[in-house]
Write a protein that binds this ligand. Structure first.
Ligand code: NAP
Length: 215
């Protein structure tokens, strides 16, 4: 049993990870600005703003594992990378690993090829900032952290998210920084992403690395 703090633990990805981890007997704390109408079973919900360092420090302080499930949208659009820099610094100081929910666009179509994010011409322009902010975590910010910080950046398949929830198949494929379904981007449901995500946390066999989960 581990104490797992999920920052953004009521969101699309974060709530699925919190649910999966709690179902396996981990002691899960979910941090978000608002409390959910329907609390996740066996999860301790904590209300707080991740832009506040004292809030983050308290949330990370009692954890064995930190999960970042924030999204670079809305009020966090401009502060997302700074918030993750603080999370990384606090996790490093606490000596606990950081697992980050990432995006598809930071993956590559083939080994050594450019990441998808280098050409966003086929993606609506209003999504570019969000995609670039998410990708910057794995391209610049996480590799720049001290070597003492253990992090894993977990990208989903292309079709993932609240608008395409998918179904629980009870399986997933795990890849590195090359998309496991590069032919069409693939898909993964929140439940199966969470399955793979919590398996990664429990095994602890990836270090300072990007991985991806697809069906
Ligand atoms: N195919 C893809 O590549 C793909 C698709 C979807 C998502 N993603 C990525 O997955 C990650 C998570 O996205 P998501 O869709 O799961 O996000 P989401 O559903 O919007 O959830 C965000 C979570 O963060 C919390 N939150 C927001 N601002 C906060 C703050 N200042 N302090 C504390 N908590 C805060 C939210 O709760 P409150 O609002 O109550 O605070 C919520 O729990 C993102 O990086 C996103 O880019 C990738």
């Amino acid at each position: 049993m581990s104490r797992i703090t999920v920052i953004g633990g009521t969101g699309y990805a974060g709530s699925a990870i919190a649910l999966e981890a709690a179902a396996r007997g981990h002691r899960v704390t979910a941090l978000s600005r608002s409390l959910p109408e329907a609390p996740i079973p066996n999860v301790a919900h904590v209300q707080g703003d991740a832009t506040d360092e004292a809030t983050l420090s308290a949330a990370i302080g009692g954890a064995d594992v930190v999960v970042g499930a924030l999204a670079p949208r809305g009020p966090l659009a401009d502060t997302f990378r700074d918030v993750y820099r603080t999370i990384a610094r606090l996790a490093d100081a606490a000596g606990v690993p950081l697992y980050v929910v990432g995006g598809y666009s930071s993956l590559r179509p083939a080994p050594g090829a450019d990441r998808f994010v280098t050409d966003l011409s086929h993606i609506p322009a209003e999504l570019h900032d969000e995609i670039r902010a998410g990708a910057a975590l794995i391209i610049e910010d996480l590799p720049a952290t001290p070597a003492t910080l253990d992090w894993v950046f977990v990208s989903p398949a292309l079709r993932f998210g609240a608008r395409m929830p998918g179904e629980r198949l009870g399986r997933y494929r795990l890849g590195d920084d090359v998309a496991v379904q590069p032919e069409d981007g693939g898909a993964i449901s929140a439940a199966d992403y969470a399955l793979g995500f919590v398996d990664l946390v429990e095994k602890g066999d990836h270090h300072r690395a990007q991985v991806n989960l697809g069906h």
